[in-house]
Design a protein around this ligand. Structure first.
Ligand SMILES: Nc1ncnc2c1ncn2[C@@H]1O[C@H](COP(=O)(O)OP(=O)(O)O)[C@@H](O)[C@H]1O
Ligand SMILES: [Mg+2]
Length: 373
């Protein structure tokens, strides 16, 4: 197993259309300046919207794309110019091409045979991977009748038998239906625990990111926005983009102004727990941090329940505060009905404030002194 160091990595490529027409044109920057240290045995999840460069970054790590700038190190050794075969990295793709005329056992063994691995060793590794991925019953079957989930397990098995130093996964579950994705998520977590392997896992599904990751790296337009534990990103997003990207339903976002320790917007009035710089600001509040007030207490906003989505134990309330739509996550047992007027309370210690550049704003240092003294 190995650590992966990505240092100021950049990737330029000619625009795809230009390539097709054979024109000479400027280069597009696909990855700007990405630096990332993945520890030995870590499960790092790379998330970001479609087209932000996730696949390109994986392909650079695997050696399938050349690196335009910067360095890539495996266990501290520079591998910029090492061919994919020499890197000992296995990649599992979203679309997994299994050989249709070979049995599952032969599919699993294929790569090892190409590398002239001794037959006894191949058998041992295939049996080990099959046991880990519960493919034992399927070893003599050809891929034809296999379900999507079973095929994806075979594709993972092909990576596992290689005993690679690093596993790369590019949205491996995105072709599966929701319940199977949930199941495979758990299996992947188990696999990681058993192998103790370094894994870099790309997804645009933030639930997968939150549940699988030791750390999450959020990529946007070829640049890293934030790297941290799922909890870090959820509780302390460093900018509005990360705040909105992590968490479903999305964080509520309210544009307004801060003046003398109050945040105000149309229909919204929040006393801040600390002093923040005055001026235009965006307040972010997650659905579970909004509650419905009873008779007592001061409200932060008052609105009308538009729609109630009952999810079982909890419900999502879609509330309108004037023009402003908000979502609150509440216990179904105490949920109001559509059409009711509700008084909303925001958990003051769970507010997120962002400045005009959409960066997280910290409380002014004077505030700390004030509240401490
Ligand atoms: N070989 C390539 N040549 C030119 N442009 C590319 C190439 N590969 C990817 N791109 C462009 O780079 C951007 C990032 O693509 P990609 O890494 O596939 O994103 P993601 O996997 O996050 O959806 C996209 O705008 C895509 O069109
Ligand atoms: Mg991709």
């Amino acid at each position: 197993m190995a650590s992966v160091s990505i240092r100021h990595l950049g990737k330029d490529a000619p625009p795809r259309t230009a390539k097709k027409r054979g024109e000479k044109q400027g280069m597009n920057t696909i990855l700007g300046d990405v630096s990332l240290e993945v520890a030995d045995g870590e499960f790092l999840v790379l998330v970001g919207p479609s087209g932000c460069g996730k696949t390109t970054l994986l392909r650079c790590i695997a050696g399938l794309e050349t690196i335009t700038r910067g360095d890539l190190l495996l266990d501290g050794k520079l591998v910029n110019d090492v061919a994919p075969g020499g890197r000992d990295i296995a990649m599992v793709f979203q679309s997994y091409a299994l050989y249709p005329h070979l049995t599952v056992r032969e599919n699993l063994a294929f790569g090892l045979r190409m590398r002239k691995t001794p037959e006894a060793e191949i058998r041992r590794r295939v049996d080990e991977a099959a046991a880990m991925l519960e493919l034992g019953e399927l070893l003599d079957v050809k891929p034809g009748p296999l379900s999507g989930g079973q095929r994806q397990r075979v594709a993972m098995g092909r990576a596992v038998v290689r005993h690679p130093r690093v596993f790369l996964f590019d949205e491996p579950l995105s072709n599966l239906d929701a319940s199977l994705r949930g199941q495979m998520r758990v299996e992947l977590k188990r696999l990681h625990a058993r192998l103790g392997a370094t894994m870099i896992y790309v997804t645009h599904d933030q639930v997968e990111a939150m549940t699988l990751a030791d750390r999450i790296a959020v990529l946007r337009k070829g640049a890293l926005e934030q790297i941290g534990s799922p909890r870090d990103l959820y509780e302390r997003p460093q900018n509005l983009f990360v705040g909105r990207f992590i968490g479903t339903p999305e964080m509520n976002v309210i544009e307004g102004d801060i003046a003398s320790r109050k945040f105000r917007a149309a229909g919204v009035d929040v006393t801040l727990p600390d002093a923040f710089p005055d001026g235009k600001a965006t307040l972010g509040i997650r659905p579970e941090d909004i509650s419905i007030l009873g008779e007592d207490g001061n409200e932060n906003a008052r609105g009308t329940v538009d729609v109630v989505e009952n999810l079982g134990w909890e419900s999502l309330l879609h509330v309108r505060v004037g023009e402003l739509p908000l979502i609150a996550r509440v216990e179904t047992a105490s949920a109001p009905r559509a059409g009711e007027t509700v008084r909303l309370w925001f958990a003051a210690d769970r507010l997120h404030l962002f400045d005009a550049a959409q960066r997280r704003v910290a409380a002014r240092p004077t505030a700390v002194r004030e509240s401490a003294g």
